[in-house]
Design a protein around this ligand. Structure first.
Ligand SMILES: [Zn+2]
Ligand SMILES: [Zn+2]
Length: 275
């Protein structure tokens, strides 16, 4: 009997691990193949930092992401157990709360996650916690898409903490959780892409004022103590933690024209250092 329970938990854990890993492999992989190999020359004028990260850094990003998914899987199994015991607000029948709630719940999950991320992120940047929790993520001064889940196991526990919180606060359909995880992965890969794809002037638009860009998180990796937000820019605006040169840096890359090829060859980069 006990053996059966152990076996089914192991199966559930493996399934959660595979889905996390495949989602990462899909989005980070597509981004990496396009921007770091296949269309590297075509997009080079949109590269935020001139250099490309060293192979060893990319390998570390990949390995730490795998360890993150192991921790995410343990949390997934815990949620699965809590759900079976009836402790969560997860519901199966989409009609129970209606289609409108299905979409609203995804949006609210993103808003709550953004708030959770901003404040835990700031906490992990304090002198006391940084070396134990967040230093690994900042090994990547010049991140590649593979850095999107590159966390120390302690940070991975913090990052995983959002899902158990959400399923206790919001009635969530499993489909909404899956869509939330997809959006989370896409936005995470975008933040670590290393390229700015939004057009010049984007930060002056309503969308650009309230949403983060790849430059925003790239600058967080490059400079540290600023630009803490995840999806949205409101907490950085409210708390005045946007980097003072954010808009300038964004425009520098976003307005760079394609004809200016030689950028990667001749430019010493934003800070002139090879990372
Ligand atoms: Zn950070
Ligand atoms: Zn990052």
């Amino acid at each position: 009997m006990e053996e059966n329970i152990f076996k089914s938990l192991l199966q559930a854990g493996s399934w959660v691990f595979v889905t996390h890993f495949l989602r990462y492999l899909l989005f980070a992989g597509i981004a990496y193949v396009i921007f770091y190999h296949w269309k590297k020359r075509y997009w080079q004028h949109k590269k935020i930092q001139a250099q490309f990260p060293k192979r060893i850094k990319i390998q570390l990003e990949f390995l730490y992401s795998i360890s993150t998914f192991l921790i995410f899987s343990a949390f997934g199994v815990a949620i699965y157990l809590l759900k079976n015991q009836g402790y969560t607000l997860i519901y199966q029948d989409i009609h129970e709360y209606g289609t409108l709630w299905f979409f609203v719940s995804i949006f609210l999950s993103l808003v709550l996650h953004d708030t959770y991320f901003y404040w835990t992120h700031r906490l992990m940047h304090t002198k006391f916690l940084f070396p134990y929790f967040h230093k690994i993520h900042h090994i990547s001064y010049n991140p590649s898409p593979w850095a999107s889940f590159s966390f120390h196991p302690l940070e991975a526990i913090v990052e995983a903490g959002i899902l158990p919180l959400l399923v206790f606060i919001l009635p969530l359909h499993p489909g909404a959780i899956i869509i939330f995880l997809f959006i989370m992965t896409v936005m995470n890969v975008l933040g670590h892409l290393g390229y700015e794809l939004y057009p010049s002037g984007f930060l002056k638009t309503w969308l650009g004022k309230w949403n983060n860009t790849s430059t925003h998180h790239n600058m967080h990796h490059q400079y540290g103590h600023s630009n803490y937000g995840l999806y949205f820019n409101w907490w950085d605006r409210i708390m005045k933690t946007n980097h003072e040169a954010y808009e300038k840096h964004f425009e520098k890359t976003a307005s760079r024209k394609k004809e200016k090829i030689g950028y990667l060859i001749h430019s010493p980069g934003m800070n002139g250092m090879k990372k």
